[in-house]
Design a protein around this ligand. Structure first.
Ligand code: SF4
Length: 138
């Protein structure tokens, strides 16, 4: 099976703080399947490390008000292009991320509060009919 995964789940140090979210289940899946790993935020041109961002009123911004919506949406568009080309049967994404989150995301106040809703890349992939699974539901 061909699967797409958040690169940080595969152990890549692409998180905003320079770390990763290496996940045992994802690493096992990688051993048994053809895997495409993507990090929408770095693919959109953002550096590692970078300021954390959240979605406020539909716009992705950092705590200091810097708007990074363009980079987030550029990364999402690149992931969609790859997904259309590669046709993964399943996409496994990191929870709660403003890019990769599938079911919940932070509410834009940087207070740790969660709201229902996906990150921009997960949302775009879902809208285009891909099967996007929150890693916590694996
Ligand atoms: S954008 Fe996605 S892949 Fe990249 S660090 Fe954030 S959660 Fe991981």
């Amino acid at each position: 099976m061909k699967i797409m995964v958040s690169a940080c789940l595969a152990g890549e140090n692409c998180k905003y703080n320079g770390g990763n979210n290496a996940n045992g289940k994802v690493l096992r899946l990688m051993g048994e399947n053809e895997v495409i790993s993507v990090c929408p935020e770095t693919m959109g041109g953002l550096p590692v490390p970078r300021m954390p961002a959240e979605i406020r009123d539909g716009v992705v911004m950092c705590k200091d008000g810097t708007v990074v919506d363009r980079q987030f949406r550029a990364g999402a568009a690149k992931c969609l292009e790859i997904a259309i080309r590669e046709q993964p049967e399943m996409i496994v994404f990191q929870s709660r991320s403003p890019s990769c989150g599938v079911k919940k995301r932070y509410d834009g106040t940087f207070s740790g509060k969660l709201v229902d809703g996906a990150g921009v890349t997960a949302q775009l992939l879902l809208e285009n009919g891909f099967r996007v699974v929150d890693v916590e539901d694996l």
